[in-house]
Design a protein around this ligand. Structure first.
Ligand code: HEM
Length: 466
């Protein structure tokens, strides 16, 4: 890492990365900078400077909705090229944000997870069928790839009644995933490009991918319209139900136009699966490396399902897996898979009484380093699910843990992700022994979100003695 440090007039260290070239690991690079310079620093890239924060006291300030709101970062500006004014990338004052938020909020309340539970279970069974085959032939599973298949199928089925059938494609992914990953990579690296080079080929390839994503979404919408079913209570049903009347007649609530519905579907297909897949993969990594935690997750699942070969978890069962949830929370502490979020100042202000921020200026919270703040104790790198016991949580500031962002623009899909992931983890731990056949060392791949890279494990069926 090349970093020419200089302190700016305001005393904030500046890492000039202009000559460091394009990076495929901007989050890990920023974590290194925070370790070098402390929890407040600027990164300079060409003409642009970004202020990064990661201490609990300063994050508490920028989480104050009377002083700051969500900011659309340079990277999210690039994501807007293919997700438009979808919920994730909309500006705060764009009318479509408030409309879509109102239409979709009921679909994400905790009680609504009951509606999605059967689809989530159906896909969890696909994972187990695929993993049973690995047990039989002794070959390793590619964890992040399978978790991505699982979360894509889940959001497709639960949200839109559309089946990506990701487990029937051999070792390849659905082309939607491949195009989407390339689009995300394009948006992540575009801002650090050499301004003098010719990027027309990369931009044309991006446009082709973005067009393909839109065509898949049109297919999803057409399949629903052709089926004649309203699917009232899934995401697509709610959005189509709130579609503006062609004849201009007034509708009861807010209405969404078709272009916006398309942006929302792309947004949900992306936001709804990449992050959850990474969260599951990191959790499995930590369970593999921490036999005691794995044992406790297994015990919790065994208490619910005994030695049933094919348990049938009820919706309520998922609320009865508190330790499994703690393990997931702890994995998301160390590796929050959407690892940064941006805030925008309403007015000129001073952070911590000394760092000036101008009205409209963007500041970026580096979540993995917030999650290693001294508030987490002396050994923040240590994986320790007891950090999320009810007593420990009650004793800690709510601003110390932000894997789902903050405030009005925090993650709408949090309960969805937690229900889906908790159920799958418990089912997998109930069914398999996890074997670290290659002594895996964690490497992290960044495609805007974080994932363990090249992570494989082998499996054995659990016996009553295990
Ligand atoms: C927003 C993380 C799962 C849909 C966010 C934000 C974060 C986040 C950090 C705030 C971004 C910002 O402030 O710029 C995560 C993580 C997940 C997850 C870590 C899994 C472990 C999901 C799922 C869905 C979803 C399953 C949909 C089914 C969204 C949407 C927004 C959002 C639509 C934008 C909300 C708005 O601005 O109104 N997520 N997310 N996410 N997330 Fe998630």
């Amino acid at each position: 890492l090349h970093s020419d440090e200089r302190a700016a007039d305001d005393g904030i260290p500046v890492a000039d990365l202009t000559d460091a070239g394009l990076t495929h690991t901007p989050i890990q690079q920023s974590m290194d900078l925070a370790r070098m310079h402390g929890p407040v620093f600027k990164r300079k890239f060409g003409e642009r400077e970004t202020l990064f924060l990661s201490s609990l006291d300063l994050v508490t300030e920028v989480a104050d909705e009377s002083r700051f709101s969500k900011g659309v970062s340079v990277v999210l500006e690039n994501v807007r090229e293919f997700a438009g004014d979808g919920l994730f990338t909309a500006y705060n004052d764009e009318p479509n944000w408030a409309k879509a938020h109102e239409v979709l909020m009921p679909a994400f309340a905790l009680g609504s997870m009951r509606t999605y539970h059967p689809a989530m279970l159906k896909v969890a069974r696909r994972v187990m069928a695929a993993w049973d085959r690995r047990v039989a032939d002794g070959t390793p599973v590619q964890v992040a790839e399978d978790m991505t298949r699982m979360t894509l199928d889940t959001i497709g089925l639960a949200g839109f009644g559309f089946d990506f059938e990701s487990f029937s494609r051999g070792d390849s992914s659905h082309p939607f995933v491949e195009a989407m990953v390339r689009c995300l990579e394009w948006s992540m690296t575009k801002f650090s490009r050499d301004p003098d080079a010719d990027h027309s080929a990369a931009d044309a390839a991006f446009q082709a991918d973005a067009d393909y994503l839109a065509s898949v979404v049109d297919e999803v919408i057409a399949a629903r319209t052709a089926s004649g079913e309203s699917g009232d209570d899934d995401l697509l049903g709610l959005m189509l139900g709130a579609r503006g009347q062609e004849d201009g007649a007034a509708a009861d609530g807010p209405t969404l136009d078709l272009a916006n519905i398309r942006n929302q579907v792309i947004t949900f297909l992306i936001a709804g699966h990449e992050t959850t897949s990474g969260a599951l993969s990191f959790t499995l990594y930590h369970l593999l490396k921490d036999p005691l935690a794995l044992r406790m997750v297994q015990r919790e699942a065994d208490e619910l399902w005994g030695d049933q070969a094919d348990p049938d978890p009820s919706f309520e069962d998922i609320g009865r897996l508190p330790f499994t949830r703690q393990v997931l929370n702890e994995a998301l502490r160390l590796w929050p898979t959407a690892a940064a979020f941006t805030r925008q100042a309403h007015e000129d202000t001073l952070l911590g009484g000394r760092y000036p921020v101008k009205a409209g200026e963007l500041v970026t919270v580096l979540t993995p380093m917030l999650h290693r703040d001294p508030a987490w104790g002396d050994n923040p790198e240590l994986f320790d699910p007891s950090r999320f016991s009810p007593e420990a949580e009650a004793a800690r500031s709510p601003h110390a843990y932000k894997p789902f962002g903050t405030g009005e623009r925090a993650c709408i899909g949090r309960q969805f992700a937690l229900h889906e992931a908790t159920m799958l983890l418990a089912l997998l731990a109930h069914r398999y022994r996890l074997i670290d056949h290659g002594d895996y060392r964690l490497r992290i791949k960044e495609t805007l979100t974080l994932k363990p890279d090249g992570f494989t494990l082998t499996l054995a069926a659990r016996t009553p003695a295990d």
